[in-house]
Design a protein around this ligand. Structure first.
Ligand SMILES: *Cc1c(COP(=O)(O)O)cnc(C)c1O
Length: 389
């Protein structure tokens, strides 16, 4: 890593001190000397490395491997569930199954990277606003390296997330409001309390963890990329991170110019990116009265909105909303036809695929990757609905 770069102005920032947003309030992105990285990050070298996201260490934000705070995150299976493909009418359907990650979701990737970097740069206590999974992951990685942590989550967050954070030793404050209200509280108190804030895209390294989704997709597809990626979108780190990974991979000479159409799925009760995409806007207005059982999608406004919209448009993709009924029904379809008990956010990607097929926006023989971003086990209240005994 050579430096950090403002995603709006291109201004450079020091990567060796704690950083949040740039001076203009935009996310900072890590930049690397990719020629140098490519000298040791070779396909031959990769074949000997452990199956975690840190196998790509030359393009990860660390100075030495000893800094890494890891619980074995990443390198999750890319499944080709044939029965589900048949049922949905797709011959090349894949699921990147993120449910085996530590803490049961792909948030482990982002928080392994963010906690690693925050600790290496001297953070004393970590604070996070969360819809659920990010808080659990932060609490776990903070526990693993002995950093104090405080988590702010909406009062109606499912019980499993609250218990997980408290069990890992984090302080938990339940807030009457949404993740954006939690974010405001962290912002107001962090300076006086001496907290380092690890909100989505408000520090530079969660996205570096999430970008490994893109590296893995390429590696697991033998250095090619699919035609379509369907991603359940809240703060958008995975979407923006994968796009960054594809650019780095091309610069490393490992893939060509082909890119998947990146498709964002949101819930009808909270779809700020879908609305902004449809209007042709460059950034998204905050969504009023956000509600959905897919708590990872209950993000009414995101600092990376303009970056997400850029990715969707540059890739020729789109953004689509599904109802809670549809995303729950398709969580059960994914379970029944593929044997994966997904988070409702994962079910949303299948619901979106079915709609896109009806609209003629995805063809039956295209290579399609759905992201099941987490395990269903933390959403038992929601997923128990609509089941026959
Ligand atoms: C956080 C989360 C999402 C949304 O991810 P972003 O990268 O913030 O868009 C999707 N699914 C699950 C299970 C999550 O926890």
């Amino acid at each position: 890593m050579t430096h950090l770069e403002c995603s709006r102005t291109g201004a450079q920032y020091d990567a060796d001190v704690l950083q949040n947003l740039s001076e203009v309030g935009a996310p900072l992105l890590a930049r690397y000397d990719l020629d140098r990285a490519g000298q040791t990050l070779t396909r031959a070298a990769l074949s000997t490395r452990p199956p975690t996201m840190w196998r790509y260490r030359e393009v990860m934000p660390i100075r030495t491997p000893e800094e890494i705070v890891s619980l074995g995150e990443g390198f999750t299976p890319l499944l080709h569930p044939e029965r589900l493909g048949c049922w949905a009418g797709f011959s090349q359907l894949y699921i990147k199954d993120e449910s085996p990650n530590p803490t049961g979701s792909f948030k482990a990737r982002g928080l392994s990277a963010a906690v690693t970097c925050a600790r290496a740069r001297g953070a004393k206590k970590l604070a996070i606003p969360t819809a659920g999974n990010a808080g659990g992951a932060m609490a776990a990685y903070a526990a693993a390296c002995g950093l104090p942590a405080i988590v702010f989550m909406p009062r109606d967050t499912p019980q499993a997330f609250v218990a997980e954070c408290r069990s890992c030793g984090a302080e938990v404050e339940l807030v009457d409001g949404l993740i954006s209200d939690c974010g405001r509280i962290v912002g107001e108190r962090k300076e006086a309390e001496g907290w380092f804030e690890v909100s989505t895209l408000k520090e530079p390294y969660r996205i570096e963890g999430k970008k490994t989704l893109g590296y893995e997709l390429a590696e697991q597809m033998d250095w090619s990329l699919p035609d379509v990626v369907i991603y359940p979108t809240g703060g958008g780190t995975g979407l923006i991170g994968m796009w960054k990974a594809f650019a780095e991979l091309e610069q490393l000479g490992w893939i060509g110019q082909h890119r998947p159409r990146m498709i964002s799925v949101q819930a009808e009760g909270c779809a700020p990116i879908v609305r902004a995409f449809a209007r042709g806007d460059e950034s998204a207005q905050a969504w009023e009265d956000a509600h959905t059982v897919a708590s990872g999608l209950r993000v009414p406004s995101a600092v990376g909105d303009f970056l997400m919209l850029q990715v969707l448009r540059e890739s020729g993709g789109t953004a689509i909303a599904v109802s809670d009924e549809e995303l729950l029904a398709h969580s059960h379809s994914m379970a029944a036809h593929a044997g994966i008990f997904p988070a409702p956010e994962g079910g949303a990607t299948l619901a979106a695929l079915i709609k896109l097929k009806e609209q003629g926006l995805v063809a039956p023989d295209e290579r399609v990757v759905l992201f099941n971003t987490g395990s269903g086990y933390k959403y038992l209240e929601a997923l128990s609905e609509g089941l026959v005994s």
